[in-house]
Write a protein that binds this ligand. Structure first.
Ligand code: FEO
Length: 158
């Protein structure tokens, strides 16, 4: 993973759940926030141009991640699924509001937008995602290399 001195978030294993698919996606989200933050120049026009080029792809990536998690939660019969899905949905609504405000030139700057993303991503991983991490760990199979995986059997036995 690319690291830069001016990154806003430094990936740490404390964010990891041990399920490669999810950890890779979370790393990608961290990368996305850092990439955005590294385009904060203080030049409004430049920032707006960058934002307009990347924001849809960023939102799509977040949606893909949420869909992956939700599928895994359903497949493993995670009891906190509904609550978690609601958090995802309200985040997407908040992002869309922020995007509209940014595009309309209201208050937000690329820096504040990026910090909003950072705060949400970090607190969501630490609080909400952590709940299903713990659940996964109770049902996942530990392979010979020590990594966790969830198989159909794990799900059926959950
Ligand atoms: Fe990793 Fe619930 O988002």
């Amino acid at each position: 993973m690319r690291m830069n001195e001016s990154d806003l978030i430094t990936w740490s294993d404390k964010f990891a759940c041990g399920i490669k698919l999810i950890d890779d996606q979370h790393k990608e989200l961290v990368e996305l926030v850092n990439e955005m933050f590294n385009h904060v120049t203080g030049n409004g026009l430049q920032e707006r141009d960058y934002f307009n080029r990347v924001i849809q792809e960023a939102v799509n990536y977040v949606k893909t991640h949420f869909a992956t998690e939700e599928k895994l939660m359903l497949a493993t019969k995670f009891p906190g699924y509904t609550e978690h899905k609601k958090e995802h949905e309200s985040f997407i609504l908040a992002v869309v509001d922020n995007i509209n405000d940014y595009k309309a030139g209201k208050r937000l700057t690329l820096s504040t937008f990026t910090r909003f993303l950072k705060d949400w991503v970090l607190s969501h991983i630490a609080l909400m995602d952590k709940k299903y991490f713990d659940y996964f760990k109770t049902i996942a199979t530990r392979k010979a290399d020590g990594k966790l995986s969830i198989t159909a059997d794990d799900v059926n036995n959950a």
